[in-house]
Ligand binder design. Structure first.
Ligand code: ADP
Length: 365
């Protein structure tokens, strides 16, 4: 006897979606059913492509049909369709430009530059986010004086979403809120990659023009997770003028330029470029040599986005949790405003000249 639609529907009515606890026919998940002799094919429609039950439901359909009808060709004939892709839904959907601040080694002022760049970008009226991904020394909470705050978590469409903390006109989150500094580094590393993904994809960032990411120094798992999870617009390399710092920057930069990663470097920031006593703002003392990072930028055809002097106030403002860039009239405030302007220009040029960066696909065999 020929197989009928009704028979198939009756069997599929016994298959439940585990989370909804209802059968897949009542949920309207079975569509485009076709029967040709023994061959039965249909499409299972899920609301979202990240539904963890997709495979379970598909297998349950095959099993139920084979058991109840027996002589049937069903394996390989069930298509799966999702009404929404996670990206449409994801936290990063409205984040326009993601800028990674990187350095060859620690202590060159990468976090100081990232925080003040973010503040200076926000001072231009742009909507700015700052993500602290520096697992080795998450310093953003201290620099923004939010060490004692904890981001709230709310539930939205069945998913937990983190609410970034707002300070100085920025939306910010730090890996420091989620990874215990007392844990061993190796454990922190493992936690950090999943924590970073959550901070990117499960936070309510909303509309953002520039997201500044403070990466750990050097290269490592966090960098790889970043480039696999989101499309980075570009990287900014921070270095002091010394030869040793520059040599390490070269290594870190080569990661961005690797063929598989292919994230453009927007330019270089020379930090601690000279020392200026606050009471003698026109005097410059080149403590770490002159123009090291500037020359490096020239040699590699990169823009020098900014030169930030050593000013005692930087350290103090870092300790107090009031970034120097909040005072736009100070020596540093002015330098960071210039930096922000150059970064905006570099991002615009990059967006005009190059296609959007694709997140890196790592394929495992
Ligand atoms: P990194 O993120 O590269 O490890 P930080 O931004 O944490 O470096 O800076 C290291 C230390 O140097 C901090 O104490 C910071 O206040 C200080 N520092 C950074 N840049 C300057 C600067 N331009 N002038 C004075 N001190 C600075």
């Amino acid at each position: 006897m020929a197989l009928t639609t009704k028979q198939v529907f009756t069997v599929l009515r016994t298959v439940n979606h585990p989370k909804e606890n209802k059968d897949i026919i009542s949920l309207g998940m079975v569509q485009e059913l076709e029967i040709e002799g023994k061959k039965v094919s249909f499409t299972l429609v899920f609301p979202i492509d990240t539904d963890p039950n997709i495979e379970t439901v598909r297998k349950a359909c095959v099993q139920a049909l084979e058991k109840e009808i027996g002589d049937i060709e069903i394996r390989g004939n069930i298509k799966v369709k999702a009404l929404k892709k996670e990206e449409d839904h994801s936290a990063m959907g409205k984040v326009k430009n993601i800028i990674a601040v990187a350095s060859g080694k620690g202590g060159v002022g990468k976090s100081t530059v990232a925080v003040n760049l973010a503040v200076a970008l926000a001072n231009t009226g742009a909507k700015v986010a700052l993500l602290d991904a520096d697992i080795y020394g998450p310093s953003v909470p201290k620099m923004l004086n939010i060490e004692n705050e904890r981001p709230q978590v709310i539930k939205e469409n069945g998913q937990e979403m983190i609410i970034p903390i707002e300070k100085y006109g920025l939306k910010t989150l730090s890996i420091g809120f989620f990874v215990n500094p007392d844990d061993a580094l190796i454990w922190r590393g493992a936690m950090a990659t999943s924590a970073i993904k959550q901070l990117l994809l499960q936070a309510k960032w909303g509309e953002i023009d520039y997201m500044v990411v403070d990466l750990p120094p050097g290269t490592g798992d966090i960098h790889l997770t970043m480039v696999q999870t989101v499309p980075l617009n570009g990287g900014i390399m921070v270095s002091t003028p010394q030869e040793v710092a520059i040599a390490d920057v070269k290594k870190a930069m080569s990661m961005f330029h690797q063929k598989t990663i292919n994230v453009p470097v927007l330019g270089v920031v020379e930090n601690m470029a000279w020392f200026t006593p606050e009471e003698l703002p026109d005097n410059k003392y080149y403590l770490f040599g002159k123009d090291g990072a500037k020359n490096f930028a020239n040699e590699h055809g990169l823009s020098l986005l900014g030169q930030i002097p050593i000013v005692q106030g930087v350290m103090e403002s870092g300790e107090k949790g009031v970034p120097a860039a909040t005072d736009t009239d100070s020596i540093l405030g002015k330098q960071f405003s210039k930096l922000a302007k150059n970064v905006i220009e570099a991002v615009n040029i990059r967006n005009d000249e190059l296609p959007p960066t694709e997140p890196v696909q790592i394929t495992r065999k």
